[in-house]
Design a protein. Structure first.
Length: 190
């Protein structure tokens, strides 16, 4: 009877452990990918945090909005500041610059961004009926053609969210440069 070489057994053991870890990782990634799809099927956008964590009871100020929407889409034929204000209840500051919008083919989400002086941020949120932002809280956890997933290292970040009529608004305020903030906004149907 021959004995197995101890180095050969150790190498096989390490290979077995590597493949087992890879299998567990692959299964985990598959399960994580399926979770957002389940959230969307239940009517909750997969790209935002659970609204029960930060929504305040007074943000449903737009119940009388005359904008008509189907159940899961936004009326995105007109992407002007005026049309977006009417649909979303956002009150854009007059001193904003770099206003950009991006929508998907399904009209289920509108991403927008703009830059404002830091002093205008509180007025923007208050005039839009949004609660005070929570520091170091991420609500927009996806990439957009308008921004990278993560703000540059060292940037300040705060977030707020709320509802207006038939839309949900998630806003991240990211330190852009000294004295300026970039607003990253995601609007989805409720």
């Amino acid at each position: 009877m021959s004995k197995l070489n101890p180095k050969w057994s150790r190498a096989n053991g390490l290979i077995l452990i590597f493949f087992a870890a890879a299998l567990v990782l692959a299964i985990g990634l598959i399960l994580i990918e399926k979770k957002p799809a389940t959230s969307e099927a239940q009517g909750q956008p997969a790209n935002q945090a659970d609204s029960s964590e930060t929504d305040s009871g007074n943000t449903d100020s737009g119940k009388g909005s005359s904008t008509t929407m189907s159940v899961n889409t936004l009326p995105l034929d007109d992407l002007s500041v005026t049309a977006i204000t009417k649909m979303s209840g956002l009150s854009f500051p007059t001193d904003m610059t770099e206003f950009l919008t991006s929508r998907g083919d399904t009209n289920r989400q509108l991403d927008l961004t703009f830059v404002i002086p830091s002093a205008s941020a509180a007025t923007f949120l208050a005039d839009s009926g949004l609660p005070a932002p929570v520091a170091n809280k991420r609500l927009v956890i996806h990439s957009s053609p308008l921004w990278k997933v993560n703000p540059p290292e060292g940037s300040t970040i705060s977030s707020s969210q709320g509802k207006f009529g038939q839309v949900k608004r998630a806003v991240e305020l990211v330190g852009e440069s000294p004295g300026f903030i970039r607003a990253r906004v995601v609007i989805t149907p409720t």
